[in-house]
Design a protein around this ligand. Structure first.
Ligand SMILES: [Zn+2]
Length: 143
């Protein structure tokens, strides 16, 4: 069932929604660390640490399980990365905007779609970045 964009909010976290909206803003795609593989600089023990892809930067292990060391190096060749891109979707004559996120999408959203109406199908999620929460829709399909 298609809902009005003004009804897309934190009350629907983890729900699937679909709504119509006008594309009002497009951010550049970003490459984010998904699982970091870190090597301890003192004992060379390797640590894997899943990341929050919505956060700025990435997290290192707090301390090495083996030697207690606190210096690590990210092994980019063994880590996994993902592409994310945010767009803003709105409604004429309304201040309501919804942030929509594409994760590992085949297509990169470019400026051609600015001002166009799209029907968005996705899931409402709560994201955290530096202790701030935000409600976004992870887009699964749009047309
Ligand atoms: Zn160590």
């Amino acid at each position: 069932m298609t809902i009005d964009i003004t009804k897309v909010n934190s009350a629907r976290i983890n729900e699937r929604v679909d709504f119509l909206g006008i594309i009002t803003g497009i951010q550049q795609p970003q490459t984010k660390l998904k699982t970091g593989v870190f090597v301890c600089k003192s004992c060379l023990k390797v640590h894997e640490l899943p990341q929050n892809i919505f956060e700025n930067g990435y997290r290192q292990p707090i301390a090495c399980h083996e030697c207690g060391g606190k210096k690590f190096e990210l092994m980019t060749d063994r880590s996994t990365f993902t592409e994310i891109q945010f767009i803003e979707v709105g409604k004429p004559d309304s201040v309501k905007h919804v942030k929509v996120c594409f994760i590992d999408s085949e297509e990169i959203v470019d400026e051609d779609v600015l001002g166009k109406q799209k029907h968005i199908f996705g899931k409402v999620v709560l994201i955290e970045n530096k202790n701030k929460f935000e409600t976004v829709v992870v887009c699964q399909m749009w047309r």
